[in-house]
Design a binder for this molecule. Structure first.
Ligand SMILES: [Zn+2]
Length: 66
């Protein structure tokens, strides 16, 4: 998975859109409205909750029903 900065459109603290990337820490953003410097990290992708997989699991269950 990429270590590049994820594009962020809204400040998670004040919801303003005036965000600029900062050099340190790498991948962080500075909010022009509330001056907070923050970063957002992806913890994981819950593959059991991807809609395509849910639909696939449902189709498999229907096939196995008598
Ligand atoms: Zn803010």
């Amino acid at each position: 998975m990429s270590r590049e900065a994820t594009p962020i459109y809204y400040c998670p603290f004040c919801a303003e859109e005036d965000l600029r990337p900062v050099e340190e820490p790498q991948g962080a953003w500075r909010c022009g409205a509330c001056a907070r410097v923050f970063s957002v990290q992806l913890a994981r992708v819950d593959t059991t909750r991807i809609p395509g997989r849910i639909a696939e699991a449902e189709a498999l269950q229907q096939e196995s029903r008598p």
